[in-house]
Design a protein around this ligand. Sequence first.
Ligand code: BYC
Ligand code: FE
Ligand code: FE
Length: 473
Amino acid sequence: MPTRIDYDAKIPNNVDLSSNRRLQRALEGWQPKFMNWWAEMGPTLETHGVYLRTAVSVGREGWAHFDHVIPQDYRWGIFLAEHDPDRRIAFGQHKGEPAWQQVPGEYRADLQRLIVIQGDTEPASVEQQRLLGLTAPSLYDLRNLFQVNVEEGRHLWAMVYLLHAYFGKEGREEAEALLYRNSGSPDSPRILGAFNEETADWLAFYMFTYFTDRDGKYQLGTLKESAFDPLSRTCEFMLKEEAHHMFVGTTGVDRVVTRSAELIREHDTLDIAAHGGIPLDIIQRYINFHYSVSLDLFGSETSTNAANYYTSGLKGRWQETRRKDDHQLTDDSAALEKPRPDGTWGTEEIQAILALNLDLRGEYIADCHTGIKRWNKILADSGIDYTFRLPHPGFNRAVGINSGYHITPDGTIVDEQTWQDGKKNWLPTSEDLTFVRSLMKPVYERGKIASWVAPPSNGINGKPFDYTYVYLT
Ligand code: BYC
Ligand code: FE
Ligand code: FE
């Protein structure tokens, strides 16, 4: 299996596409539809070039090349991580058998479903972010937005390749449908809830790339363990790109908190809205919203779907091979915290194999705590007496065991009236959203930055902050 990326081909790839004419033709037929989708649903801001990275190889070193590129001329392609001919299945009933290079007939429907759900989120996020270029706080941020968008577009290519190459006519139909559904569409919405929400401002963008792209990281991590080797290799390479999306989110929120802290000290008040900063309680409400909506992406706490995926070898656990158990989970148990109709919490013991969504969610929550810690450290270092918190996992949930209850950020089960009265303190209000929106004025001058966010401590690829990351018309 060649791993060099062929950029002379119409569709750059390292899967030797030219040796399979039928597949190549089918994908070349999908390509103009993708380009139409990008033109209609992708970023609205036109540019003369964005300083973007493009994958040049899939190896550990030097995989990215940086240059100014007009986004619609970006070379979206198909890149799979190196093939390991000795790879074996790490878990489930097929544990120890060689990884599959083809889709076993009995798992076809389930695998296709997982790939379609994954594929659906990628273009959805581009659609959610399409207007943000009009209000970027700096050229540096504008560049990062485009980078994330073109790579999410490439992640769509990654899933479409699998659908075309391994799932026949049905796969090709699903590939079309990925361009047909749209974020927030009343008739044909995206599959998962979080991908139909608006990403209406840049604070929401940083929160989305922190909390929602991070779900992507964990889901891709479990699909990287898949017995279906092409899916595994695709996800492994996607995860390399994903690291930058996390970075945009983490440092984006860092920079908002840093700027708010500066303004709080300068004016000696938490009420910094009048001074062009975002008050900390609004930031907390954004955290509450984006975190709780992202928790819904893990599915139900107990899931026979997840158990079947695991037993069949389709979807593993986070860092499956590093876990010290039998990788089959036939006798293990897990504890599940459950709200009860009398308003108290109970703990139930369940089979571990049924709790795999919960297991992954636990890994994700632990990771989210690291963000909260860093943002609190920024406040503490500025001598500000305020702490951010992650809300209770039951807060504001639409999926799973908590969805029928009203649960406050501190985990109290409350009645409808208490929830309605408290909501304005817990979730962004329309006043919050209007205020944050009012701050979103584009700053396109080289080296300048909006009032509500601090500049980054470093530029991209060794360039300074005041580099011309984007050429505008
Ligand atoms: N919304 O057994 P359950 C990313 C449905 S993000 C709507 O609990 P399961 C990215 C479910 O379909 C990563 N419906 O669910 C980030 C099922 O329906 P059926 C995306 C939902 O299957 C930022 C029923 O409820 N990748 O990459 O164990 C930017 C019972 O469900 C939802 C993946 O998600 C929901 N939230 O778990 C760009 C990986 N949750 O079958 C990109 C692939 C559940 O009874 N997907 N339902 O009709 C999966 O592994 C699983 O499908 C899920 C759900 C984890 C999503
Ligand atoms: Fe992605
Ligand atoms: Fe991403």
